[in-house]
Each structure stands twice: as C-alpha cells, then as structure tokens.
Write a protein that binds this ligand. Structure first.
Ligand code: SAH
Ligand code: AVI
Length: 318
C-alpha cells in the first residue's frame, strides 16, 4: 500500500492550495473551494462533526446502510471492486463491506492523505484479506484507477452527501466522469441529504459546541500554517445560512472588524462584516436527485430514505 506523496506532489499540492487561496481572496465575492478544509486537522474536526448530536447525516446514512445493505448487495452481486469517492474515515464503508459478497478490491479516493492512511489501517484490521488500494487524489479529476487483476463489476460509493458540496453542474459532470471511470455495467451508491426544516438544518451547520465553527476557521489556520498567513482567528467568525432558492446551506467566514491579513507576502484588506464563502451543501428531494442522475446518463435503480425522512440513499446503474 503506497499513499505517501512524493516531494514533487507535496510541492504541487501546496502550489494548488496557494493558488486557490490567492485567487479566491482576490476575487469579489471572496471564496475558497471547500476541498481545502481537509488537511489532517480539518479531517479530524470533520470526524468530530459526524459525532455531534446536531449533525444527523452520518447517523441517518449509517442506519440506512444497516437496514438496506443486504438488499443493495443483492442488487449489486458478488465479486465487485468497490471504489469510494471522498472516503474520509470510511466508517460507514465497513457496513457495506460486511453486506457485500466477496469484494475483489477496495479503492478509497480522498485528498486527505491522513484520512486515507488511518482508514486503510483500520479497514485492513477489521476486514482480513481485503485488498486496499488507496488513491490520494481529487475525485473530480480522477481519470484512471489502480489496476485490479481480472474483470470485475465496479461499485462506486459516494457517501455523506459530499456530492451536495458540488454545484449542480459540477455534480452532473462528476456523475458523467464517474461513469467512464467505473466502466460499463458499473453501479453507483450515493448518500444524498434531503431538503428539510431549518430547525434541523441550521444547528447541523452551526452546532452549540462550536465544532463546525472550528472546522470552518481551520481553513484560516491552515493558511497560517502552510502559506505564511497572518490571520487572527479571534477576529473572524463562522456563519451558516440556508439559501431557499438555491436549496443549499452556505458557509462563510466573516471578518469581525476592519483588518488586514497577508498570505505569502500578499496583503488583503477586510471590511467589518466582509465574508469569505467557503462551502455550499446542496439538499435534494429524491425526485430532484434522480433527475440530476438521469441528466448524467445514470438510471435510478433504487432509492430509500429513513422514516423522518432526513437522508436518502440512491443506487444508480448505467
Ligand atoms: N465519506 C465520508 C467523509 C465525508 S467528508 C463520510 O461520509 O463521513 C468529505 C471527504 O471528502 C473528506 O474526507 C475530504 O477529504 C474528501 N474530499 C473533499 N473534496 C474532495 C475532492 N475534490 N477530491 C477528493 N476528496 C475530497
Ligand atoms: C462533507 N460534507 C458533505 C459536509 C456537509 O454536510 O456538507 C461538510 C460539512 N460542512 C459543515 N459541516 C459538515
């Protein structure tokens, strides 16, 4: 198993982060792509989010996998290669691995090298004999998978409603690319968060103990650590709002005062109340997501939701 980045890749990754931050802070309105949340610290904070009382998606998807795993496995058949996009801690994946009959190989794809290494070690111990081929990569740009000997059907798994962090057009492009990556006859299982009341949504993205705020503000801390940033974290705050027309949660970092901060020697001025947009989290009704999938040439095979309903699991075929 090889997950360590080469020195060149480390320079490239830092260069990509630097470029995204410098261009994102220079544009109006300011924004930085949410995939940069996930350094080792950000991945650990996301893990804490998944355990919060207010953050229902992880609990709801886990319950759906526990109750529908056998049915999903029956649909998919035995001997598959399992490819997971944005695998993170891959805790839910164990439920899928338990349900599936004979998994030829498991290929987790994630930008967080720390998450991949930790998850691979845990799954290796928990699922003896499982071949794990981790890929440190951006799942929107992955065009080839590590080779697995012999022909096998591929099952893609995109959990946690991470697809909701993409715009509708980026989600559609992702689904089209995934069809090519996974190959003919593949199936795709996607966890998708549902539209719901603000009483539930807002606390899920602005919890009482401030873990989501720390997760969001870690982006500034990461800039300070990796890009010689001078952000004073005490003078910025977390903001989470729901945009009804767009059907999404929007996450911002708000400047609490008129101030300046520099990144790699470049200085940026912030007015009091000025925001940096750091994340969108789109919510989809079941039929809305099925229409998006059809638009990307995937056929909805099955969809299930929990009784509340809070969350959905979609099985798509080609
Ligand atoms: N699937 C897990 C983790 C969700 S958090 C769960 O449901 O709990 C989102 C994960 O996707 C993180 O591990 C993050 O590092 C990864 N990620 C985000 N954007 C990515 C991208 N563009 N390419 C690859 N991984 C990405
Ligand atoms: C990973 N992703 C699906 C999470 C979400 O719910 O959009 C990230 C997150 N942002 C704030 N809390 C959780």
């Amino acid at each position: 198993m090889q997950t360590a980045l080469s020195p060149h890749e480390i320079v490239d990754a830092r260069g990509e982060f630097a470029q995204a931050v410098l261009t994102g802070l220079a544009r109006t309105p300011r924004s930085i792509p949410c995939r940069f949340f996930y350094d080792a610290e950000g991945s650990a904070l996301f893990e804490k989010i998944t355990q919060l009382e207010e953050y229902y998606p992880t609990r709801a998807e886990t319950a759906l996998l526990a109750s529908h795993g056998a049915e999903i496995a029956e649909h998919v058949g035995g001997g598959v290669v399992l490819v997971e996009f944005g695998s993170g801690s891959a805790r839910k994946t164990s439920l899928l691995l338990d349900a599936l009959d004979e998994v030829r190989a498991y290929i987790p794809i994630d930008v967080s090298e720390a998450s991949l290494a930790e998850a691979a070690a845990r799954l290796k111990a928990r699922h003896r004999g499982l071949t794990i081929l981790p890929l440190v990569a951006d799942f929107t740009k992955t065009r080839a998978l590590p080779p697995v000997s012999g022909r096998a059907r591929t099952l893609g798994y995109f959990s946690g409603s991470t697809i909701g962090n993409l715009s509708h057009s980026a989600a559609c492009a992702f689904l089209e690319d995934a069809a090519h990556l996974l190959g003919p006859d593949s199936v795709l299982l996607i966890g998708v968060d549902l539209k719901k009341s603000l009483d539930i949504l807002l606390p899920a993205y602005d919890d009482a103990s401030g873990v989501t705020a720390a997760f969001n503000l870690n982006l500034l801390a990461r800039i300070n650590r990796e890009l010689d940033g001078t952000f004073d974290l005490e003078r910025f705050a977390h903001e989470a709002i729901y945009d009804d027309a767009a059907g999404r949660m929007e996450i911002y970092i708000v400047s609490l005062a008129e101030q300046e901060a520099s990144v790699l020697g470049r200085t940026f001025a912030f007015g009091a109340g000025e925001r940096i947009h750091t994340e969108n989290s789109h919510k989809y009704a079941v039929a809305e997501f099925q229409a998006l999938a059809r638009g990307a040439n995937w056929r909805p095979l099955k969809a299930c939701t929990d009784p509340d309903p809070l969350f959905s699991l979609h099985l798509l075929g080609l």
